[in-house]
Design a protein around this ligand. Structure first.
Ligand code: FAD
Ligand code: 2HG
Ligand code: ZN
Length: 475
């Protein structure tokens, strides 16, 4: 019996035959969300609990078969799908989806890694607590994937990235050992912080099987406004005013270019974008969460918008009158990636720059791209409150998107990432590196940083069986 056949038998014994998928349509596990790559796995394995994950990892390590941890497979950088070799095991955490415990006094929730983000939010809300991590993929992405990528989302301006929300992890190491780090302590200075090493490691250092996450009290009121602004400079000015007027109440601040908004109304014509017909180049969606009352929240919000209009950084604004209206305004913003996907294959840049320098960055980069690739459509939007832009590029109208990517992606990326370097920014703010940005990482990270990263990888995964070729190249 060959090694792979023997391994498959062992895996069937560990998780049950029904949870070792080798046949049929496995695209949901083998193709990435952006449809950039389709791989072929040896099997998709779906364990039910942590000991099963450990046994699967041990069996794969003994057979020298590599593992690709997978949550909701919503990642943007081709990190959770297998390569084309047919020799990798996709380890799907989707069956591990229980909220294990909620501790109100400690303000923590303990969850299985395969819990869908929205399910965690809903469970916590029912118990009277806020779990603030939020993003458009929350109906499918898992907390394990959020931790694996150190995901950001739309509430980072107030609550931080996934990293800031995590108090502890349970991890299966590349050798199949279980590390229980679920203490839930807010203070623990006992040596290297392994939790922070695992967070953002994109499945290359181990499999996260459980996590203990921070909770917050539910706000008394949450109000959303949608504002038209005359420029990106004005959007940055509005952000400054929002920090001043709302302080910790500012829980969301997203910017959207007019072209990005026009893609939403083109592909989802039922959505209504306020002010879309105007001549403003950008709109902003902002959120104010208040611990006191809705009246207090509205007063502060209206005062902020009044001052912003007096100063000329807001042309027009609406404040949602109901939760339904607020959801509709957020839905516009959250639909942009879906509208872009409908428009066709595109080039994504998930970059961060100091907030104050974003207008200058965009002006210079827009000009260079437009002169090098006339007609290329710039889809610019994102988490301005965090200095994180999704500075994306869609093929010229009517052009073959596949050909545009094949012929021009490298050149477009060079222009954008060289400019990011000039501005001392990051080529991956929140999506991670995966395999799509691996070469770029190697070009843009210092040799000292790369050496330390490779040393950590070699020390923890000497056999290189944990998501090899992601983040760092196979050595
Ligand atoms: P997957 O895609 O399955 O995996 C992502 C990476 O994590 C892979 O490298 C994988 O190997 C690793 N991984 C998964 N589970 C584990 C585990 N248990 N242990 C170890 N490693 C693991 N991202 C943002 O940051 N902010 C956004 O606002 C945002 N919005 C999005 C909107 C849309 C419409 C879509 C499609 C995606 C969006 N994303 C966003 C990207 C994506 O949703 C996030 O990266 C998310 O964290 C991925 O979670 P997942 O469960 O789908 O992980
Ligand atoms: C978002 O903020 C996501 O909507 C996706 O991070 C960004 O598709 C993108 O470029
Ligand atoms: Zn984003």
């Amino acid at each position: 019996m060959n090694t792979h056949t023997k391994l498959l038998e062992q895996l069937r014994t560990i998780v049950g035959s029904a949870n070792v998928l080798t046949e049929g349509d496995l695209r949901a596990f083998e193709q990435d969300w952006r449809k950039r790559e389709t791989g072929k796995s040896l099997a998709v394995v779906r364990p039910a609990n942590t000991p099963e994950v450990a046994a699967v990892v041990k069996a794969c390590a003994a057979a020298a078969v590599s593992i690709v941890p997978q949550g909701g497979n919503t990642g943007m950088v081709v990190g959770s799908t297998p390569d084309a070799s047919g020799t990798q095991v996709v380890l799907s955490l989707q069956r591990m989806n229980q909220v294990r415990a909620l501790d109100g006094a400690n303000l923590t929730v303990t969850v299985d890694a395969g819990c869908v983000l929205q399910a965690i939010q809903e469970t916590c809300e029912k118990a009277g607590y806020l779990f603030p991590l939020s993003m458009a993929s929350e109906g499918s992405c898992t907390i394990g994937g959020n931790l694996g990528t150190n995901a950001g989302g739309t509430q980072v301006v107030r609550y931080g990235n996934t990293r800031e929300l995590c108090l502890g992890l349970e991890v299966v190491t590349p050798q199949g050992e279980i590390w229980d780090g679920l203490s839930g302590l807010r203070k623990d200075n006992t040596g290297y912080d392994l939790r922070h090493l695992m967070i953002g490691s994109e499945g290359t250092l181990g499999v996260i099987t459980g996590a203990i996450m921070k909770l917050y009290p539910l706000p008394a009121a949450q109000l959303t406004a949608f504002a038209a602004v005359p420029s990106l400079e004005a959007a940055v000015q509005l952000l400054g005013l929002a920090h001043q007027h709302l302080s910790a109440g500012l829980t969301g601040f997203e910017v959207m270019g007019t072209f990005a908004l026009s893609l939403v109304t083109k592909h989802f014509p039922q959505q209504r974008v306020p002010f879309q017909e105007g001549d403003q180049p950008y709109c902003v969606v902002l959120e104010n969460s208040d611990t006191e009352s809705e009246v207090h929240a509205r007063e502060r919000f209206e005062r902020l918008l009044e001052v912003a209009m007096e100063q000329g950084c807001v042309l027009d604004a609406v404040v949602a009158e109901s939760i339904t209206q607020a959801r509709a305004l957020w839905h516009i913003r959250e639909s942009i990636p879906l509208a872009q996907a409908q428009e066709g294959l595109n080039i994504k840049h998930d970059i961060s720059i100091a907030v104050s320098r974003i207008p200058e960055f965009v002006r210079l980069t827009d000009a260079q791209l437009q002169s090098a690739y006339p007609g290329a459509r710039l889809v610019n939007y994102g988490h301005l409150g965090d200095g994180n832009l999704h500075y994306n590029v869609q093929a010229p109208p009517g052009a073959d998107a596949e050909a545009f990517l094949r012929d021009d992606e490298a050149g477009v990326n060079t222009i954008v990432y060289d400019m990011v370097d000039r501005f001392n920014g990051s080529i991956s703010a929140e999506h991670g590196v995966g395999s799509l940005k691996r070469e770029k990482l190697e070009q843009h990270k210092s040799p000292v940083a790369l050496h330390m990263m490779r040393s950590i990888k070699r020390a923890l995964d000497p056999q290189n069986t944990m998501n090899p070729g992601r983040v760092l190249s196979k050595e």
